[in-house]
Design a protein around this ligand. Structure first.
Ligand SMILES: [Zn+2]
Length: 424
């Protein structure tokens, strides 16, 4: 069975013109480097490439507060002196610096994510890629961790216009705290984050933090230690996500592919290869659910385009050579000029026992969730009662009983072919 997908790709070369400042680890330029590799590998021939239509500032207030968005529109390096109080209040100035064009930068990366979600909603694509997006730390009224506007949250809100349940998966080395917080009390969005935990930014994401009230069990956190390698990541990611797909049966998935979980990242401390990182992408793709793929962190400049180019190829099911094609940034990739990069011999501080225990805790949380009505259980359990018409979901904004049943039938009734076994 062919699983080839209609893949769209949102990109605006302008993104590479923004600078967080001298010495700042975040370099928007890496997206332009990625695009250049995508083009020089010839991958664009199988992609529908779009320049995002800029969303207005009012679109951003669907999540963010009016005064925060207005502040971002107003602040410039020249007028900063007049805004000392707001700079402190909105956490702008240190990790999240003020730079020329800051608001346009936010609009640009966010427009790709919202536009991509809209395209999925219209069923014009199966997969949409926006490597400029994935700024998962931003809060409702606060910048955080190099992120100002949370495009992940805004894209999920767009997908919720059509889908009853949306799944967010985060493989950035940092906890996807801004997205988790936004949806912590709802069962319409499940967030799943795999991240380094313990004396590490942002400090949240313990295994026991599982959501609250209606959202209890719908925030899933896998805390990890230094040195995660391909094999151990695969052994936790596939079972957890397989179980999530079975229990939650999302209508759409947002996958944040932060590349700071790669080996040798300037800020990260995991030991994943491109193949280990992209295995997550391949596995999520195998479920054949509308998929929005976003970027995120990634601070060893030469490795980010390697990762996201390879993942573009994986999404297209295209084979690409390890030997890099000539490209505008060729000198960055020396001395060997290869796509794949070696991992290190660092110790993996995640013991098999630790990973098994944490995995068991999460599978237990997932197992306790009420089965999604109308969804078949694919693991062969006997006697799993499926409550007909049970009130599993509650609308984010006051509920939507009218559309609920139809949604359930479409999501759960017809699409029984979960691909977990085929892909494993
Ligand atoms: Zn990160």
């Amino acid at each position: 069975m062919s699983t080839k997908k209609r893949v769209s790709y949102f990109y605006d070369a302008e993104i590479g013109n923004y600078h967080y400042g001298q010495g700042h680890p975040m370099k928007p330029h890496r997206v332009r480097m990625t695009h250049n590799l995508v083009v020089n590998y010839g991958l664009y021939r199988n992609l529908e490439v779009f320049r995002p239509r800029l969303v207005s500032h009012t679109n951003l207030t669907r999540f963010h507060s009016d005064d925060y968005v207005n502040f971002l529109r107003t602040i410039t390096p020249d007028n900063m002196g007049d805004f000392a109080r707001q700079l402190a209040r909105f956490n702008v100035g240190e990790d999240c610096p003020v730079f020329d064009g800051l608001f346009e930068f936010c609009q640009l990366y966010t427009s790709g994510s919202i536009g991509g979600a809209a395209r999925l909603n219209e069923d014009l694509s199966d997969i949409v890629i926006n490597w400029s997006g994935g700024l998962h730390h931003a809060k409702k009224a606060e910048a955080s961790g190099f992120c100002y506007i949370n495009d992940c949250v805004l894209a999920i809100l767009e997908l919720l216009k059509k889908h009853q349940r949306v799944l967010y998966i985060d493989i950035d080395i940092h906890h996807g705290d801004g997205v988790e917080e936004a949806f912590y009390t709802t069962n319409r969005v499940m967030t799943v984050s795999f991240h380094k935990f313990g004396e590490y930014f942002p400090g949240t994401g313990d295994v026991l933090d599982k959501g609250y009230e209606k959202g209890s069990g719908y925030s899933i956190n896998f805390p990890l230690h230094d040195g995660m390698d391909d094999d151990s990541f695969r052994e936790i990611f596939r079972p957890v996500i397989g179980k999530v797909m079975e229990r939650f049966a999302p209508g759409a998935v947002v996958l944040q592919c932060g590349a700071d979980s790669l080996s040798g990242d300037r800020l990260g401390c995991f030991n994943l290869s491109l193949k280990g990182h992209a295995d997550c992408v391949e596995f999520v793709k195998s479920f054949n659910v509308p998929l929005l793929v976003l970027g995120g962190g990634g601070y060893t400049l030469r490795n980010v385009p390697r990762c996201w180019t390879y993942e573009t190829a994986v999404l297209l099911e295209a084979e690409i050579k390890d030997c890099l094609p000539y490209n505008d940034y060729y000198e960055y990739f020396g001395p060997d000029y290869r796509l794949h990069m070696p991992t290190s011999n660092m110790e993996n501080l995640n013991s098999a026992k630790y990973l098994d225990d944490a995995k068991a805790k999460l599978l237990n949380i997932l197992g306790e969730l009420e089965a999604v009505p109308g969804t078949s259980i694919v693991t062969g359990q006997v006697g799993m009662g499926v409550p007909k018409g049970a009130d599993v979901m509650e609308g984010i904004e006051g509920g939507n009983d009218g559309g609920k049943e139809d949604d359930m039938k479409v999501d759960g009734g017809d699409k029984k072919e979960h691909q977990s076994e085929l892909a494993a």
